[in-house]
Design a protein around this ligand. Structure first.
Ligand code: ZN
Length: 209
């Protein structure tokens, strides 16, 4: 098998059509803040789906954090340090133990919380193409946003480059295997919501809508 070793080494693949790269299951260009809300995948090779979400804390409020200019209540939630007293809504979610692999903020900056080979806790009870427990085999990407307002151009640009990098790094993923949270948990979830422009994403990736 040694004759194939160079071809199978992803680090030597040159023409990845993305300004971002995945190395050691982390995305270049993403600030990394490790969430404890993750665990081992049953099969680390089993990456079949990308799930798109939206999140904003407080709901429909963007870029909010009173203390840290580069911080976010989203960070606080995923790092189990959300101040339940800071907003009435927070009291209802502060004890949740959730995460996503990535969050793309309104300015297009990207934060990573969980390495891609580990299981982030973003999907909950879910089903995609007959498979349940989508966390087992998916990568979860949050967009800072809500069901009620458009996402930013910077977010689309960052999302598209991120997905290109993921597709290049993990050949078991596919541009045809990208779902919204609402697609895999339709009874519980509405995100990424009606403002997420699937056609724009699919066109940028060269995928059929
Ligand atoms: Zn979601």
């Amino acid at each position: 098998m040694t004759a194939l070793s160079c071809e199978s080494d992803r680090s030597v693949i040159a023409d990845v059509p993305s300004s971002l790269r995945v190395r050691d299951h982390r995305l270049s260009g993403a600030a990394y803040r490790a969430s404890p809300n993750c665990d081992e995948r049953a099969d680390p090779q089993d990456l079949a789906l990308i799930v798109i979400h939206n999140i904003s804390l407080p709901p429909d409020t963007f870029d909010a954090h009173p203390d840290a200019p580069d911080g976010s209540y989203i960070d606080d939630l995923f790092l189990n340090r959300l101040d339940a007293a800071a907003h009435p809504y927070f009291a209802t979610i502060a004890e949740l133990r959730v995460s996503a692999h990535l969050c793309i903020f309104r300015d297009g900056s990207i934060r990573q919380y969980v390495p891609f080979d580990r299981r982030a806790w973003h999907a909950g009870a879910s089903e995609w193409r007959g498979r349940t427990r989508c966390n087992d085999f998916s990568i979860g990407i949050e967009l800072e946003g809500s069901d009620f307002r458009p996402f930013t151009d910077a977010q689309y640009a960052a999302l598209i480059e991120t997905i290109k990098a993921l597709l290049a790094a993990y050949p078991t993923l596919s541009r045809e295997a990208i779902a919204g949270h609402s697609d895999i948990a339709p009874d519980r979830k509405t995100d990424p919501g009606p403002h997420f422009d699937w056609s724009r994403l699919h066109a940028a990736l060269g995928a059929s809508a």
